[in-house]
Design a protein around this ligand. Structure first.
Ligand code: BTN
Length: 330
């Protein structure tokens, strides 16, 4: 799939850096080393994407309001100096950002690269589910990492990502998400974020991991099967939120947490497990159903040292390695 033409982001940056003045098409064309007609075409494309730019080639252009697009030129400066976000790949439309990130991982792309889309046409969830990815309502983001871990020790990375989403959401919206092991974020009993971690590894060494994060931000509602189980930050907070602010906060939180994980893996891992247990109402003392075949009921008893969920059942303690955890009644 084609990444976004970098000229679009540069035009938005130029217009927003000079927000109070009208900039001539000639000046933009010079800065971008292109022609005025190419600038006009790019401006038209931006308008089709909902960016409000006044003017035309004869008068020059002005940005009416800052668009909430996850463009590299907008997010890059907010992620300066970080590993996470050191390279930003943006797509207006793509099949799945996880697929793009996994392919880039195979090509040798450095860790910290992120893949963002305004829309996914084949967004993937866990267990063969799809992920609804309507244009510019949610955050669809995949992060490529190369952690020095064995595959058996990789689960805390997913748990870490959930904690970082929660941190970013609290900072920007004030909402306090719950964490449903291993990787759903829930507010008001409904899910607004899912995480799909995919990995390429040898027997004892992870080659690369892709953390795919989908956040329902400004969806006004959900229909059909999703209606009783899905929500968005707008539906819970009663207003729209800046996807740029949320993404920047998320990248910062991830960068901080990942820095700790690679500096002192053992200490960071136990801190992640401790924080997860503290912040998740599902981790301990919750009556749950493990929905996968054949499925069972029990009461949660915290995480083991690798991050797997312990569940007390009438026939003894069981460890859930992967699976759909639902509170009884959910
Ligand atoms: C789940 O809850 O089942 C996980 C959903 C993960 C969705 C995200 S959106 C960005 C990334 N690209 C994908 O195709 N999936 C993940």
């Amino acid at each position: 799939m084609e990444a976004t033409d970098s000229r679009l982001g540069r035009i938005v940056r130029l217009l927003s850096d000079n927000a109070t003045i009208v900039i001539s098409g000639t000046r933009i064309a010079e800065e971008l080393e292109t022609s005025r007609s190419e600038v006009w075409r790019a401006v038209q494309q931006l308008r089709e994407l909902g960016v409000r730019i006044t003017g035309h080639p004869a008068t020059g252009y002005q940005l009416e309001s800052m668009p909430d697009l996850l463009l590299p030129d907008v997010l890059g400066p907010l992620a300066q100096g970080q590993i996470i976000g050191s390279r930003i790949h943006h797509y207006f439309s793509v099949g799945s950002t996880n697929t793009e990130a996994m392919q880039a991982g195979a090509r040798g792309e450095p860790e910290g690269a992120i893949f963002l889309a305004e829309e996914q046409t084949a967004g993937r969830g866990r267990g063969n589910h799809s992920w609804e990815s309507q244009p510019s309502l949610g955050i669809y983001c995949s992060i490529l990492l190369r952690p020095p871990l064995s595959p058996a020790d990789a689960l805390p990375i997913t748990l870490m990502a959930g904690l970082c989403v929660s941190d970013a959401v609290q900072q920007v919206t004030g909402l306090r998400p719950d964490l449903r092991w291993p990787n759903d974020l829930v507010v008001g009993g409904k899910k607004f974020c899912g995480i799909l971690t995919e990995m390429n590894s040898e027997a004892t060494r992870v080659r690369y991991v892709v953390i795919g994060i989908g956040i329902n931000v400004n969806h006004p509602s959900f229909a059909g099967d999703l209606a009783p189980i899905a929500t968005s930050l707008r539906m819970e907070g009663g207003r729209e939120w800046s996807r740029v602010a949320l993404t920047a906060a998320l990248l910062k939180s991830l960068d901080n947490a990942y820095g700790k994980l690679i500096t002192d893996p053992a200490e960071a891992r136990s801190a992640i497990l401790r924080d997860f247990e503290e912040q998740s109402s599902y981790a301990r003392g919750r009556d749950v159903r493990i929905a996968d075949e054949p499925g069972f009921h029990g009461v949660t008893e915290g995480l083991d040292e690798r991050g797997f969920l312990r569940v007390r059942t009438p026939s003894g303690l069981r460890t859930v390695l992967s699976g759909m955890v639902r509170a009884v009644g959910e």
